[in-house]
Design a protein around this ligand. Sequence first.
Ligand code: CTP
Length: 474
Amino acid sequence: MASITVRNLDETVKQALRLRAARHDRSMEEEARLLLADGVGEPDQRPMAAGGSNLPKPVGGADPDHAYPARGKRILLIIGGGIAAYKCLDLIRRLRERGVSVRPVLTRAGGEFVTPLSLGALAADRVFTDLFDREDEHDVGHIRLSREADLIVVAPATADFLAKMAGGHADDLASTVVLASDKPILVAPAMNPKMWQHPATVRNYATLESDGVHFIGPEAGEMAESDEAGTGRMAEPMAIVERIGVLLDTGPKPLAGRIAIVTSGPTHEPIDPVRYIANRSSGKQGHAIAAALARAGAQVKLISGPVNIADPAGVEVIHVETARQMHEAALGALPADIAVMVAAVADWRTDGAADEKIKKTASERTPRLALVENPDILAAVGHHERRPCLVVGFAAETEKIDKHGRGKLERKNADWIVANDVSPETGVMGGDANTIRLIRRDGIEAWPTLSKQAVAERLTERVVDYFAENTAHA
Ligand code: CTP
């Protein structure tokens, strides 16, 4: 085989290759050669994976999300021309790690930003471009290309590509594949904010939405172009991965017809316009529970304090800042069948936040903060006349976990308390794992240390069992 020049690969691919090679104890060249031989060598002779032999193995043995609902599914990924095209390399990698096969179709403009070699190496599949010749057409065909996929994803989708889709054009491979498809389509637009706001794009978006095309993003933020900001950034790869999971989820829905309220994250209690009281909660556990309940079919209303993680897909999210706003949103979300209060609500707020920034002055002494207690949201829901049948609270403790947990269960009228040790040495606050004791009125279940996602899944299983056993509550 001809030699491979790794230094000509772009930086993202090089980094992915470096990690993979290190994991397998091979040189980068050797790793690239095996990847190409495995994937790019003969894929056009075989159909896209349908749960059979060419299903991707998790990259490098990594299996970050064994419950990913799109595992074993096939994505046709159309990469349009835009600076965000580099993000689709990460998207491919993350999908393949989750056992999804990805077949890339690169538009001519997309080819200005990423190369077929990078895409092919990461996807371990043939990359289709407009150079798709008659022989290929005979062998694969654009109809088969679109029909063999479970979902078509366009990421990034330019304003021009949206216009083509809305107008039903078929003047290149990518637009032809979309027009020939009878499969769901997910579009991740990325463009300059002015283009996104242009009446023509607004019209095209509305047309595509009414045609049943699914959209994710674009997000607000800084643009690649200097001094440009606004809505137009492509959604992050992990948000797209999650959305794909929701769209392709055919798993059982034992909580279908149930409404769940979940609170998550910290609250911020203002001291003045620039300072606030907060805590170390990341929102990871609450968001994971909201996503798991939604995967089980519940209609989830997630009330989230300020967090740095993405909204889970398939969930209605109400963003709040303060405990009082969270309290109002939670009571406003009733009636519900299930309430899971995971938020680390600040127990106190200042007794009246200052309207202007509090200044240091030489003459005045250090200001004293007067605090007042915030409403207890779990207790309010637990004692509410429209109390959900199943009310679950969390207990963040640093000592006497069972005793304090039981006390909270009684005081707040919860059915279960998910108690965890949040002492600094456990790394729970902000970390990825949790060691739970599930306190119920009739006993305590001790769980091993689990990832926050696994905790969410196990708790959801318990919720499903609860409704299966208590048909009187149905
Ligand atoms: N909680 C709430 N509203 C509050 C305080 C807590 O809804 N104002 C909820 C939390 O979401 C969690 C449970 O009550 O489900 C227990 O929270 P935790 O912080 O462990 O207990 P606190 O009641 O705040 O008691 P303490 O801080 O004294 O342990």
